[in-house]
Design a protein around this ligand. Structure first.
Ligand code: NAP
Length: 421
């Protein structure tokens, strides 16, 4: 990557709900030490945003440069990307408008992060750019928001602990959402609807969209599957139902397993939501399946759009700043000859902010800053990949965990044998 770039981070899609939050974190918490720019398709909307940010966070934001580019004009996209160490994108639906942005990053030699949860699109990005990005030493990292950072880094945390403390590999990881509170944005709803619409129109996207290995090459595929049932967890003393975002997260975690060589093809990963009773877990299961079924009916989309938040809208500040999420991550060691496995548990979450938007925008920003400002440490680390289309764990690993801890998130190994929450 070219060393001399005008900006550490360029925010593409800064005028959107989540993009604006990223800019706010920079304006509020990184008043010096980071060179950044606001980017998008509309000079007018970007100038309005910059004015509002400067009124809210101080006059120096008035000096933040604005870069205008057009997805249909390759030269303008390349011109923007060529000024960045890291191009950070919050402009979605990614399957509709994300590809020219990644292509510009790879052509212009900058790292890239985004918050897509659209794994059929990520699969396409891997096919188109993994080889070139690996050769050029560029880290292209989709899924750096709530999907899938806390889940991917949660798996890394317990697997890393098993390895370093006990010299053991993990046979299985279970990521359980113990609780969460937050809202949803119109952009997320539009992206979800678009993902179903695209799959209907393009059979090639459907091909292995249901496989937890859809982001792994054929030689890295085993017999793991999704969890859509209800089960009792002895360790947590709770019933478990399915977690809807497993459809993104378990593909990302399996790619991390492949890229980092955690545990080979028989590695098992499950994501669930904890419930107080069998009935509550059953309701979660039926509710989740009903939401997925409704979203998959494209004829329902115009109706749903009338009652759900529009693009550009999202949860109120009150909802985001009084939100939280708390996950429990469990890993069982791989043992030979029927020996009892070791169990390691960790807590991952944020006790004070929602994961979906405040959390997502912070996780994304910290990922971008990790790539921009800690490149030497990343390049020297044997625990992360040097280039390619990567995952949060395989691109930044424990360096990103450290940054997120400093930003207020919890990544904590619980004492072995500690009782459930
Ligand atoms: N992974 C996660 O946990 C997570 C969390 C939150 C959001 N997301 C995803 O992030 C994305 C954004 O969500 P959001 O709620 O912030 O959306 P949003 O408010 O609708 O913002 C979308 C942004 O994309 C820009 N954009 C749209 N069409 C464009 C085009 N043709 N050319 C250039 N820019 C264009 C918009 O620019 P204008 O202002 O010029 O229209 C705006 O800046 C969605 O895909 C959502 O699913 C993921």
């Amino acid at each position: 990557m070219a060393a001399n770039r005008a900006f550490d981070v360029v925010i593409w899609g800064a005028t959107g709900f989540t993009g604006r939050l990223v800019a706010e974190h920079l304006a509020r918490d990184y008043k010096s030490g980071v060179k950044w720019a606001l980017a998008g398709r509309s000079k007018e909307r970007l100038e309005k945003l910059r004015l509002e940010l400067s009124e809210q966070y101080g006059g120096e934001v008035k000096e933040v440069p604005i870069l205008v580019a057009d997805l249909r004009d390759q030269a303008s996209m390349d011109g923007m990307a060529a000024q960045a160490r890291v191009l950070l994108s919050t402009a979605g639906p990614f399957a509709l408008i994300g590809s020219p942005v990644v292509a510009a990053a790879v052509r212009s030699g900058c790292h890239y992060v985004d918050i897509t949860g659209e794994t059929p699109w990520v699969k396409q990005v891997i096919a188109e750019h993994h080889e070139e990005a690996a050769q050029k030493g560029l880290r292209i990292v989709p899924c750096c928001g709530f999907d899938s950072t806390p889940f991917d880094l949660g798996a890394l945390l317990v697997i890393d602990h098993l390895k370093k403390r006990y010299g053991k590999q993990a046979a299985r990881v279970l990521n359980v959402v113990l609780g969460s509170k937050g809202g949803v944005s119109g952009g997320t709803i539009a992206s979800g609807m678009n993902a179903f619409a695209e799959m209907k129109q393009r059979p090639e996207l459907r091909e292995d969209a249901g496989s937890v290995y859809s982001l792994c090459p054929p030689e890295a595929r085993g017999a793991d599957g999704e969890f859509w049932g209800v089960q009792w967890s002895q360790e947590l003393g709770k019933y478990l139902g399915p977690f809807v975002m497993q459809a993104c997260n378990n593909r990302v975690v399996h790619r991390s397993n492949y890229l980092l060589g955690w545990a080979g093809n028989d590695f098992r990963y499950q994501e669930s939501v904890a419930a107080k009773s069998w009935m509550a877990a059953k309701s979660i299961q039926l509710g989740t399946l009903a939401v997925v079924a409704a979203m998959s009916q494209t004829w329902l989309h115009p109706l749903l759009k009338k009652v759900l938040p529009a693009q550009g809208e999202g949860p109120s500040r009150d909802i985001m700043l009084n939100g939280f999420f708390k996950n429990r991550v469990l890993a069982w060691s791989k043992e030979e000859g029927g020996a009892a496995p070791l169990l390691v548990q960790a807590e991952v979450g944020d006790p004070h902010r929602d994961g979906g938007y405040w959390g997502t925008s912070r996780m994304l920003l910290e990922a971008a800053l990790c790539l921009a400002l800690q490149q030497k440490e990343l390049d020297a680390s044997p625990e992360v990949q040097k280039g390619g289309v990567l995952t949060p764990a395989s691109a930044m690993g424990m360096l990103l965990v450290e940054r997120l801890r400093k930003a207020g998130m919890t990544f904590k190994i619980l004492e072995e044998g500690q009782a459930a929450a």
